[in-house]
Design a protein around this ligand. Structure first.
Ligand code: HEC
Ligand code: HEC
Length: 290
């Protein structure tokens, strides 16, 4: 099975070599790209393994979304600032793609923020049963994001897991899995553990009927969720504004929205993601000049 996949990948690669899969020539009038030091893409350790199934499991949906938004940003600049004509469909589509992704991240953080707030309010009222229920809703929202955005490798699935499922023709039998293996940047993971601690302390406060403890602990979760939420809503708003201009075949004002949009990408990366492998920030408006 795996050999087959490997073989077909190899075949596809060879066909590309012979036929040239990427045969599109750049338009001749486009200026040669300015030589810049190649930014090194962060490379999580586990994608080094040359095993197609391993590769598949290692893909992080969150990183894929980030990469698409990075390309979308590039396409916005290219359409408006580039030397060619603006393709308004491409401009609108790129902005909409960022808006949809940002909206979906924002919704997740908003659910957590609001449930956390509801939990604190119930604790303050002394409604311990409802407060406990709300704390479970929070955890369920955290899990929603984890399932959607973690790589399957992070979740503990391994080639042997998938092979076991295929071999058994069901998922019921014991197959090898691993523990959670994290690959996100350290500061982002620290945010996660801050929330984890806050949530655990809230639950302990609820169990001991200690409202002050719940209020303190939930404030920590609120701060994290709210900051993340503001980043994504800001990005969503700017991206929607660009999409709306594009829908009306306009480019005036795109530059200002683009500057604000990308500043939010950069700010989150700088404050909450920075580590030895700095995430790739979107290109500046006139990137050729810098
Ligand atoms: C926007 C999506 C998102 C939301 C919302 C989110 N997380 Fe996470 N979480 C992640 C990512 C991404 C990782 C790191 C995955 C990796 O390293 O591969 C992570 C990792 C973690 C980890 C470390 C792994 C583990 O289970 O030990 C903990 C703990 C955690 N999150 C707790 C929380 C808690 C608690 C909440 C809710 C209050 C939450 N997260 C909400 C995306 C999210
Ligand atoms: C609220 C925080 C936040 C915002 C806002 C944000 N990012 Fe990220 N970005 C992250 C995190 C966290 C990672 C690291 C993910 C990982 O390695 O698991 C990341 C990584 C990346 C990467 C590297 C992906 C890879 O393959 O390793 C790119 C590219 C990127 N972001 C682009 C963008 C763009 C473009 C925007 C704005 C449209 C943006 N990001 C907005 C948090 C954010």
């Amino acid at each position: 099975m795996r050999a087959l996949i490997a073989l077909s990948l190899l075949l596809a690669a060879c066909t590309c070599l012979v036929l040239g899969c990427n045969s599109q020539e750049p338009p001749p009038e486009r200026p040669a790209p300015v030589a810049a030091p190649a930014p090194s893409l962060p490379s999580p350790a586990q994608v080094d393994v040359p095993d197609p199934l391993q590769d598949w499991l290692a893909q992080s949906p969150m990183r894929l979304k980030m990469r698409s938004m990075w390309i979308d940003c590039g396409m916005i600049v290219r359409n408006v600032e580039g030397s060619g004509l603006c393709d308004f469909d491409s401009l609108e589509g790129s902005a909409e793609d960022i808006a949809r992704k940002a909206d979906s991240f924002a919704d997740m953080w908003e659910a957590i923020r609001d449930q956390n707030r509801a939990m604190a309010a119930k604790a303050k009222e002394g409604d311990w049963f409802e407060a406990r229920y709300q704390s479970q809703r929070i955890w369920s929202s955290c899990t929603d994001c984890h399932i959607e955005n973690w790589s399957q490798h992070t979740r503990g699935f391994r080639p042997a897991t998938i092979e076991g499922w295929l071999y058994n023709r069901n998922t019921a039998d014991d197959v090898p899995t691993a523990d959670i293996t994290l690959s996100a940047p350290q500061p982002f993971i620290e945010l996660m553990f801050t929330m984890m601690r806050g949530l655990n302390q809230s639950v302990r406060g609820i169990e001991n009927h200690n409202a002050n403890r719940v209020l303190d602990a939930s404030a920590a979760v609120h701060r994290v969720a709210n900051v993340q939420l503001q980043f994504w809503r800001a990005i969503e708003g700017q991206a929607r504004a660009i999409a709306e201009l594009a829908a009306n075949n306009r480019v005036d004002g795109v530059e200002g929205h683009y500057a604000k949009l990308t500043q939010s990408c950069i700010d989150c990366h700088t404050h909450y993601v920075k580590d030895q492998r700095m995430p790739l920030n979107p290109l500046a408006w006139k990137h050729g000049d810098e």
